[in-house]
Design a protein around this ligand. Structure first.
Ligand code: SF4
Length: 768
C-alpha cells in the first residue's frame, strides 16, 4: 500500500497460513456443538456469570435486540434463550471485557495495528474514549468530546459545498440514531448518505420496488408455518441467519417442503439439530431441504426460466398450475414473459444452470401443486451484475403462482445486519424522497437538499477523485466491507477528515484521512442512561416489525456516548444553536425524537407506544395486494435476460463468502466448521475435476487475479481445497478477496458490487 499522509498502513494483515486442518464437511447445523462453541466464545470474552445474565436478555421482549442479523423474533420467546451460535458470538464481540484505551493507542501505532489480521484487530476489544489522529501522526491521542465535536464542525465549515461530505451508515444503528443522522446530513445540505445496504440488498430494494411497489419482503414469520414450499436461493441460513432454521423446521413439521438453490450444499439446509429440542441434542435432528438444486454461480435466472417453462407446459394441460385469476386481476406483463420464455430451449437453460434434470422436475411438480410459496434469498442473488433481474425473476415465479398477499406465501429477502432495513425506513438514502422532504419541511422548518447524493460506489469514487473530503461513518468497517480494497483505501486517505463512530477497533480506524477521529459509542447490549433515566431505542427486523431494544450491561467506560448523543453533539457544535432544529433536546430525549419521527415517517404514528412489547408491523402494500402506485396499478412481470460472462478458457467465476466464524467483516474465529475447514481463512474452494484439469493438488498455494478493463488485481497465498462446488466456479472468503472486485463493476440499477461473480484466473504461487 502506498505511503500517504506519511503513513505506511496496510489494507491486509499477514497472509501467513495459520495451520489448516481439513475435515469432512458437516451434514447438519447447530446441535450440541453449536451450544458449546457459542458458550465458549461468550465465556472467554465476558466471563461465565456475566454471559448467562446477558444472554437471558437477548431478543427477549424487554431485553436488547441481537447485534447480529435481522431475523425476527417469535411471538413466544423461549426461556432457554432466544439466540443462535452466531448471535452469541456477536454479543461476545460487543460485550467483551477487553478495552482499547489511550494506553493501547500509545503502545500501538496505526501502522502496526494495520499489519495485524482483521481477526487480531477485532479481538483487541471495545473502544473506551474519543481519540484523535493528527495530520502526519501514526498514533491516536485522547481528545475530549467537546473538542472532538469542534474538530468535525470546523472541517465541515471549511468545505466549499455540503456535497463534499459523506455520511455513511451501517446496519447496527438504531432507528433513532439513523433518523437523527439523516436529519443532520439534510440540515447540513447533502443527500450523500451511502449505507451498507448499497453493498448487499440494494438489488432487492430496486427489484422489489419496481415490480411490487415496496423494497422490502412481504412475509411474516408465521407464514413459514403455513407455506407449502419455501425456496431458499443464494442464502446460507445455517451461518448467516441461524434462527431461520427453526422456521424451516416448523414449515416441514407442518407438511411443507424446502428447496435449496445454491452452488454449495450448505450444512444448515441439509439437516438441523435444534438445540432447544432433545432430538436436536442427542438425536439426528430434522432434514430440511427436500431438494438441493446445485446451480452454477449466477445461473439462477436460467434455472428459474427453465422451471417456469416446465410449469407453463403443465398449465397448458389443466390451467390450474398458474393462478390465472390473480394474474388477471393484479398483474401486467404476463404475455410478454411467456413469449420470452418461448425463445429459450430447455436444453440451453439446463446446460447453463448445470442442475440435475430429475431434481428440477421434482421441484416443478412440487411447485405445480402448491400455491403457498415463499422465496427467500440473500447475497447469492443480489451481488451480481444482473442482481436486480435475479430478484425480478423470483417475483415472476411468485406472480405466476399467485403466491403473494396471502398466508404462507411471499417474498423474503433476508437481511444480514440487525437494523439495515430500519435505516432505510427512517430516511438513510442517497436519493430524494419528496414526501420525506415535505414532511421534514413542515415539521422542522428547513428545506432539505433536492440533489441526488452518493451511494457507496459513487461515494468512494468521489473521495478517490477528491470531490468529497470528509467521511463520517455511523458504525461499520467501511474499508474492509467495500469492494476494490486498494482503491477504497486510497479514497479514504484522500480525505481531509474521517470520523468513525464505533464500538470496536477495526481496520477502518487505521486507513484514514489526514485527520481522523474515533468516537466510541454504546452497543446494543449496553445500558443507555441520560439524566438518571434509562433510554431505549427501536429497530426494524427483516419482516418489517418495529420494536424496542433496551440494553442490559453497564457500559465498559463512562466516556462512551450513545449514537444520538454523538450526532446531537456534532450538530450542536456545527449549528451553535442557530438552526430550526433543537439538536440538543431531540438527541437527548428519545421519546421526543420518536414523536418527531412519528410526524414525519409513514408507519411511525404513535411509535412510542406501539413499539413496546412485541412491536408492530409497518405498512406493506404487498400484504394488502395494493399495487395502486405502480404502472396501471398492477404488479409487474419482467422480461429478464440471461447473464453473459464470456469466460476465457482459464477463467473461473469466484464468489466471495463468509466463513462460519464470521459476521460481515467481523472475524470471530478461524474455523468454518460446517464446510470442514479449521484454523485457516486463506482457502480456495475448488471442484475436484478442475483440480485435475489444471493440475492442482490439495493445499497447493495459489494467487488469484482479476482483470477488468485491462487492470490486473491480485490477492496472494490461498490453499486450494477440493470441494463440492460446480466446475468452473470457485469460492473464497471476504474481505480477503475484496481487492479483486473492481469499483466500477456493480449491479445494473442498484450499484451493488459484483462480489458473488468475479471473473478470476488462478496461478500457482512460488512462495510458501
Ligand atoms: S438468527 Fe440472527 S438475530 Fe437471531 S440470534 Fe442469530 S444472529 Fe442474532
Amino acid at each position: 500500500m502506498s505511503k500517504l499522509n506519511q503513513r505506511n498502513v496496510k489494507t491486509e494483515g499477514s497472509n501467513a497460513f495459520t495451520g489448516i486442518e481439513l475435515k469432512e464437511a458437516e451434514d447438519h447445523a447447530a446441535g450440541l456443538t453449536a451450544v458449546k462453541v457459542a458458550l465458549g466464545h461468550v465465556f472467554k470474552e465476558m466471563g461465565v456469570v456475566r454471559s448467562f445474565k446477558t444472554l437471558s436478555h437477548m431478543n427477549q421482549i424487554d431485553g436488547f435486540d441481537c447485534p447480529g442479523c435481522a431475523w425476527p423474533d417469535p411471538a413466544k420467546r423461549s426461556k432457554l434463550g432466544e439466540y443462535c451460535e452466531n448471535g452469541a458470538k456477536a454479543l461476545s464481540e460487543e460485550a467483551t471485557n477487553k478495552e482499547v484505551d489511550a494506553n493501547f493507542f500509545k503502545t500501538y501505532s496505526i501502522e502496526e495495528i494495520s499489519s495485524w489480521t482483521d481477526y487480531k484487530i477485532g479481538k483487541s476489544g471495545r473502544l473506551t474514549q474519543p481519540m484523535l489522529l493528527k495530520p502526519g501522526s501514526i498514533y491516536y491521542e485522547p481528545i475530549s468530546w467537546e473538542d472532538a465535536f469542534k474538530v468535525v464542525a470546523e472541517h465541515l465549515y471549511e468545505l466549499e459545498s455540503p456535497n463534499e461530505a459523506i455520511f455513511y451508515t451501517s446496519g447496527r444503528s438504531s432507528n433513532e440514531a439513523a433518523f437523527l443522522y439523516g436529519l443532520f446530513a439534510r440540515a447540513f445540505g447533502t443527500n450523500n448518505m451511502p449505507d451498507c445496504s448499497n453493498m448487499c440488498h440494494e438489488s432487492s430494494g430496486v427489484g422489489l420496488s419496481e415490480t411490487l411497489g415496496i423494497g422490502k419482503g412481504s412475509v411474516k414469520l408465521e407464514d413459514f408455518d403455513k407455506a407449502e414450499v419455501v425456496m431458499v436461493i443464494g442464502q446460507n441460513p445455517g451461518t448467516n441467519h441461524p434462527r431461520m432454521l427453526s422456521a424451516l423446521e416448523k414449515c416441514k413439521a407442518n407438511g411443507g417442503h424446502v428447496v435449496s438453490v445454491n452452488p454449495l450444499a450448505e450444512a444448515g439446509l441439509v439437516r438441523f439439530k435444534n438445540p432447544q429440542e432433545v432430538s436436536g441434542i442427542i438425536g439426528n435432528g430434522h432434514k430440511l431441504a427436500d431438494y438441493h438444486l446445485q446451480v452454477r454461480i449466477n445461473q439462477d435466472v436460467a434455472l428459474l426460466k427453465l422451471i417456469q417453462i416446465r410449469l407453463t407446459k403443465l398449465d397448458a394441460i389443466d390451467q390450474s398450475v398458474f393462478d390465472h385469476q390473480f394474474i388477471e386481476k393484479y398483474t401486467e406483463g404476463y404475455e410478454a414473459v411467456l413469449a420470452e420464455l418461448e425463445t429459450h430451449s430447455e436444453a440451453e437453460l439446463l446446460d447453463l444452470c448445470g442442475v440435475d434434470n430429475n431434481a428440477i422436475d421434482s421441484v416443478v411438480k412440487l411447485l405445480a401443486k402448491s400455491d403457498k410459496i415463499i422465496i427467500c434469498w440473500a447475497m447469492g442473488l443480489t451481488q451480481h451484475k444482473n442482481g436486480v433481474e435475479n430478484i425480478k425473476e423470483c417475483v415472476n415465479l411468485l406472480l405466476l403462482k399467485g403466491s403473494l398477499g396471502k398466508e404462507g406465501a411471499g417474498t423474503c429477502p433476508v437481511r444480514g445486519h440487525s437494523n439495515v432495513q430500519g435505516d432505510r425506513t427512517v430516511g438513510i438514502m442517497h436519493y430524494i424522497s419528496k414526501s420525506l422532504n415535505n414532511a421534514i419541511r413542515t415539521t422542522f422548518g428547513f428545506n432539505p437538499p433536492e440533489v441526488m447524493g452518493y451511494d457507496v460506489v459513487k461515494g468512494i469514487q468521489a473521495m478517490y477523485n477528491k470531490e468529497a473530503k470528509i467521511f463520517l461513518a455511523l458504525g461499520g468497517n467501511f474499508v474492509s466491507a467495500a469492494s476494490d480494497t486498494e482503491y477504497t483505501a486510497q479514497a479514504m486517505q484522500n480525505c481531509d477528515l474521517t470520523v468513525q463512530i464505533s464500538t470496536k477497533l477495526n481496520r477502518s480506524h487505521c486507513i484514514t484521512g489526514k485527520t481522523a477521529l474515533i468516537l466510541p459509542t454504546l452497543g446494543r447490549s449496553d445500558q443507555d442512561f441520560s439524566g438518571g433515566k434509562q433510554r431505549h431505542f427501536t429497530v426494524e427486523n427483516s419482516m418489517g416489525v418495529v420494536h424496542q431494544s433496551k440494553g442490559f450491561l453497564h457500559p465498559i467506560s463512562e466516556d462512551i456516548k450513545s449514537e444520538p448523543d454523538i450526532i446531537g453533539g456534532i450538530a450542536d457544535a456545527y449549528f451553535k444553536g442557530n438552526h430550526a432544529v433543537d439538536w440538543k433536546s431531540i438527541s437527548t430525549d428519545y421519546e421526543l425524537l420518536r414523536d418527531k419521527m412519528a410526524q414525519i415517517l409513514k408507519g411511525f404514528e404513535d411509535v412510542n407506544t406501539k413499539s413496546k412489547g412485541r412491536g408492530y408491523y409497518l405498512p406493506n402494500n404487498v400484504r394488502d395486494l395494493d399495487f395502486s402506485h405502480l404502472p396501471n396499478k398492477k404488479a409487474q412481470f419482467t422480461v429478464t435476460k440471461l447473464p453473459i460472462h464470456d469466460l476465457k478458457t482459464d477463467e473461473f467465476l469466484l464468489m466471495s463468502i463468509r466463513s462460519h466464524d464470521q459476521f460481515n467483516t467481523t472475524i470471530y474465529g478461524l474455523n468454518d466448521r460446517y464446510r470442514g475447514v479449521h484454523n485457516e481463512r486463506r482457502v480456495l474452494f475448488m471442484n475436484e475435476t478442475d483440480m485435475v484439469k489444471y493440475d492442482y493438488k490439495k493445499f497447493d498455494v495459489v494467487n488469484l487475479m482479476s482483470n477488468y478493463k485491462g487492470k490486473e488485481r491480485k490477492v496472494f497465498q490461498f490453499l486450494v481445497i477440493p470441494y463440492n462446488i460446480p466446475a468452473g466456479n470457485l469460492a473464497a472468503y471476504y474481505p480477503e478477496t475484496n481487492p479483486l472486485i473492481p469499483i466500477d463493476e456493480y449491479a445494473i440499477k442498484s450499484n451493488t458490487p459484483i462480489s458473488k461473480s468475479v471473473k478470476v484466473t488462478v496461478e500457482k504461487s512460488i512462495t510458501l
